[in-house]
Design a protein. Structure first.
Ligand SMILES: NC(=O)C1=CN([C@@H]2O[C@H](COP(=O)(O)OP(=O)(O)OC[C@H]3O[C@@H](n4cnc5c(N)ncnc54)[C@H](OP(=O)(O)O)[C@@H]3O)[C@@H](O)[C@H]2O)C=CC1
Ligand SMILES: CC(C)(CO)C(=O)C(=O)O
Length: 318
């Protein structure tokens, strides 16, 4: 199949480049961030490294939405939550979306599928999560963190039906790309399993400006994780959401993943350290809102959301 990547950032590059190199499929990138697109055109592609090594130039096709004339079978969307509405509006006005197209996204947080469903048939939306660490060093320069074949991701149709032929073909291409796809049967449970993980790792590493491997060296890190997971699970269970992992498995997943991806600064820190807003409202904030809607107060998540906004605001005094 042919793919169009919306958002040539860290994860957009990761998916697009692995699809074009390992699965041998055609990939076009749609980007609205001018310095990135101009840099790629000037240097003739994107510089790709893995764990800071083997930096090499990979030629890619990259377009502003308004100049794009292609017709991919599947769009893959990787924007930050707060950028998505504007991106979809601009892409739609540029006329790049077509009724026959499928769309996949493995963005962190919750809220993006409500935006995406305004532009695509609900039966053609595929939800995803990615336990894949990637850093955008700057325009046209991406670093794939973690060893080859360490990539793991999940996908589930938005209609929770069995995968149709296109979803199966997408799965095959993701597998050939070595992105480690696993099919789930309930998109909300799958997405929340990742949201509650990010609500621990992304948020705490960002507040303390540390890599995942540094965070997990603190002996009480698993205890802090458990406190946040307990609130997340209590809120989710009241909302009828049952995660794909137990509380114990989630704590273990934090320990294991922090060791595997020890040099990674989570994507939330990458925004924070560059002076941008973070996705905390779509992660811890989403869990806290879900709790309130079901008569349960996630006191720690609510506090943590305020802490992250506090550190965001305090950057002006540094
Ligand atoms: N990175 C990761 O390891 C993972 C990320 N995700 C999720 O995937 C989605 C996409 O994230 P990700 O690919 O990390 O984000 P991006 O790398 O795409 O960054 C998003 C945007 O931030 C701005 N930007 C990025 N780098 C710079 C820079 N050096 N200087 C100035 N501006 C910059 C640009 O927009 P602008 O100029 O408009 O600000 C860019 O389009 C998110 O939902 C994220 O949570 C999920 C799993 C792992
Ligand atoms: C790589 C991972 C899983 C780390 O929490 C992530 O989702 C991120 O960096 O945003």
């Amino acid at each position: 199949m042919k793919y169009g990547i919306i958002g040539a950032g860290a994860m957009g590059y990761r998916y697009g480049i692995l699809l074009q190199e390992n699965a041998g499929v055609q990939v076009d990138f749609i980007e609205t961030w001018k310095p990135n697109i101009e840099k790629v055109r000037e240097q003739g592609g994107v510089y790709v490294s893995r764990d800071h090594e083997n930096k090499h130039l990979v030629p890619i096709n990259i377009f502003y939405p308004e100049e794009y004339k292609g017709h991919p079978d599947v769009w893959i969307i990787f924007k930050k939550q707060m950028q998505l509405k504007e991106e979809m509006k601009r892409d739609s006005e540029a006329g790049i979306f077509h009724d026959d197209q499928y769309v996949f996204s493995a963005m962190n947080g919750m809220g993006h599928f409500e935006v995406i469903e305004k532009y695509f048939d609900k039966d053609k939306i595929v939800c995803g999560t990615a336990m894949i660490a990637t850093v955008l060093n700057g325009p046209g320069d991406v670093d794939f963190m973690g060893p080859v074949n360490s990539e793991v991701m999940h996908l589930a149709p938005y209609n929770n039906k069995k995968p149709d032929e296109t979803v199966k073909a997408l799965f095959d291409d993701l597998k050939a790309a070595k992105l480690g796809p696993v099919v789930s049967n309930n998109w909300v449970n799958m997405c929340m399993t990742k949201v509650v993980f990010n609500a621990v790792v992304n948020t705490l590493c960002t507040m303390f400006e540390v890599q995942m491997g540094q965070f997990i060296q603190y002996p009480k890190a698993p205890e802090m994780a458990r406190q946040l997971f307990n609130e997340s699970f209590d809120a989710c269970e009241r909302a009828g959401i049952y995660m794909d992992e137990t509380r114990d498995e989630q704590v273990q997943s934090v320990i294991d993943t922090c060791h595997t991806l020890k040099y990674h600064y989570p994507s939330m820190y990458q925004d924070f350290s560059k002076g941008r807003d973070t996705e905390v409202d779509y992660i811890n904030g989403y869990i806290a809102k879900l709790g309130r809607e079901h008569d349960y107060i996630c006191r720690t998540h609510e506090f943590v959301v305020n802490q992250v906004h506090l550190v965001e605001q305090m950057r002006q005094f540094k």
